[in-house]
Design a protein around this ligand. Sequence first.
Ligand code: MN
Length: 294
Amino acid sequence: MEKPLKSIVEIMDPPPYHWVGDGFRVHNFFPSQPQIGLQGMSPFFLMDYGAKWVVPPSDKPRGVGVHPHRGIETVTLAYHGKVAHHDSTGKSGVIGEGDVQWMTAGGAVLHKEYHEKEFSKKGGLFQMVQLWVNLPAKFKMTQAGYQAIENQMMGKYVSDDQKCKADIIAGEYKGIKGPAMTFSPVNLFNIKLASGSATDFSFPESYNSGILLVEGEVMINRSKKISENQFIHFGHSGEEIIAEATKDSILLVMSGEPLNEPIAPYGPFVMNTQDEIKKAYDDYYNGEFGYLED
Ligand code: MN
């Protein structure tokens, strides 16, 4: 028997974009939009969506220079174009179409994010997502870390008729697990659905869940149609989600157990109290976040 369908709170259009540095033209679905706010998608704290745009060629790669983070993980997903990353732990990498970079800021990290050099020279179609996953209080000051999750390392699901293909980044879909190590229960995967095909999956009622439609058009739970660049935010009753594609589609599906802890965000830091925010700034200005060349 089918489980009760998950309730739908709202379908959101992308808010007007803003720039992060000079390279990332992003629509912030949360926390800036009051209907989700600081806690409505916990443990996900932030979602910046770089909808498709064509980057003009540039000899100087566009991007965002050295900046700190504490208390979160930043998860960057590339759909079109390439992003290069360097951080103060000495890690660096390039993510291209279908790849993900999962950086644990923990207690202290400095990083910079730019369009990759060759991509930058040629320019072209660019589309990406950056999520900030909040860390539970007991892990906020954990060691910084970096997981380069190339597409081929992801959990792979393919339906018998080949019309549904999923890349599982974290958590589980259809019994297939993703490689990302997380500090609280998180599901994150991309589902590619051919027009006319469908899939279903379920998450616990207590989890916060949503789908960003990266491409296409999908009917959710036989009742609500979502279009490219929209985000559907689910409620806490029911578990089952049914997605039926009316065009070839890519769904970024996210769900996680809420942290249920106080939250004090400021700039690049997400802590539990204002005192911890002040300490983060003190530590940063005292040079305790290490060094990274600009
Ligand atoms: Mn950053």
